[in-house]
Design a protein around this ligand. Sequence first.
Ligand SMILES: C[C@H](NC(=O)O)C(=O)O
Ligand SMILES: [Zn+2]
Length: 588
Amino acid sequence: EITDELAEAQRFLDNYDAAAEAVYYKSSINWWNYNTNISDHNLQIAIDYSLEVAKFDKNASSVASQFNLSRYDDRMRRQLSYIVNLGTSAMKDETKLQRLAAVSAEMESIYSRATVRMDDGRELALEPGLTKLLATSRNYDELLEAWQKWRDVSGREMREKYEEFVELSNEAIRNNGYSDTGAYWRSWYETENFEQILEGLYEDIHPLYKELHTYTRRKLIEKYGEDKFPRSRHIPAHLLGNMWAQSWNNLLDFLQPYDKESVDVTPVMQRLNYTAVKMFELSDDFFGSLGLERMPAEFWNHSMIVKPNDRDVVCHASAWDFSNGKDFRIKQCTEITMDDLITVHHEMGHIEYYLLYKNQPIVFRKGANPGFHEAVGDVISLSVRTPKHLREIGLLQDITDDEESDINFLLSIALDRVAFIPFGYLIDQWRWRVFSGEITPATYNEKWWQLRCRYQGISPPVERTEEDFDPGAKYHIPGNTPYIRYFVSYILQFQLHDAVCKAAGHSGPLHKCDIYRSHEAGDLLRDVLSLGSSLPWPDALEKITGQRNMNASSMLTYFDPLYEWLKQENIKAGDATGWEDACPQNIP
Ligand SMILES: C[C@H](NC(=O)O)C(=O)O
Ligand SMILES: [Zn+2]
């Protein structure tokens, strides 16, 4: 009888939540211990227990699949379908399941422990040494040495492991009826023609990116000399201030067109003796000012916010939900820089989302889609980074409010938000094709650079071969973190910024909006983020913005003054935009 079955299904779901909290809590603690102290001992504990987690998931999935989903309301049906959908826990062979966990952890360990020995004897890890060098050095050869040696000690060391990982991940996922791991990852967006929509968003931003690329390339040629730049008009990949050329804001010191107080407040933070704790308290204060949740005691007691000097850790910043509704932590090797201040807000945005949906059933404690989760903190930092706000918190003194300061500011935001768009787009274009088998190990690196040259308009500064494995030099490949979520986030965050600024009563240009202390903005965010993944993401987006689809118009409106300025500058310089699709033949 339906009512009995309904009651039975509800009982199952309640019991499932309690049991899942306990299992996932223990699993999270194991992986936290490994990430904050990389050792074979901690790895073995985590891998052994991952078998228990898979058994739990498999058992829950088989029970959940016995309920006839059509008979229940949307919410219960959605909960049951999440439990049925296993992910890599579906791997039948336990040895292979353990191997999958182990090979992932081994790649992450290679990446996190790798260090580079420079010709001058310096021994540098990615964080903080190489990151700082790529951000601050203006020496072509020094940058090239760091860029090449990082790839030698990271990606090159894990190529075979990645081939094995791809096979194991696909074998596990196919037990769920997905064709490959990429298809499973895309299914989280519940969006028909998802790839076409993404291509459209990329095309919408491309004209703006081309103007920024042309301006940046011209300034770099002034700095390093025309002979260093290929005739194909690509920019050598090691000159953009970042190990992967994914954000260019570290070039602001010589890209900023007007001589005003710099909006890169790194020097001021250091002069004011900022600490990592101070940076986290700033971010916590902003969320609190909106009437949102403050970080709980466990967060301050258990987070790892600086790099320890007595053990190996995974430095790539991340935010953790321990699934017990109380324990939430950030792991970050925080340096006193503006880049890291923005990362602090990014990671704390994840914690805010965890706190707001912590009372949802455990399967709904996820972003409306993964891009939402990446967008929360970035929406906040769009307010924090305004000259108005930076002046209010004492990080800027005599910034003036005029056309030239506006362009300087918009350029600083474009150098990490617009410059990122082709990078954010191409990572999973490569990975989806690797999972589908279209890209084979024989062409891993060649296909990677084809995408990098075509979409980013950058090129390798030295010859690359299939001895190299440059995708492995970017955390998210060994870390097996999907990447299209950041592309989605960089589009979404301007739609969300637009909406919360309206709620906060902002009038005038979007790029001048700072929602600090607006409880109206906070209430709007709280209403939607509390939903977690209990509703399809178009419903969540509609609640905030009134729109049901991602679109680039808010982002283009935000940058419009800069777009006009860049076009004028490039025309004045007689500089045509664009570059050849293919990578340059002869490396200069
Ligand atoms: C954009 C992305 N952010 C993150 O990992 O938190 C990155 O750093 O590559
Ligand atoms: Zn993130």
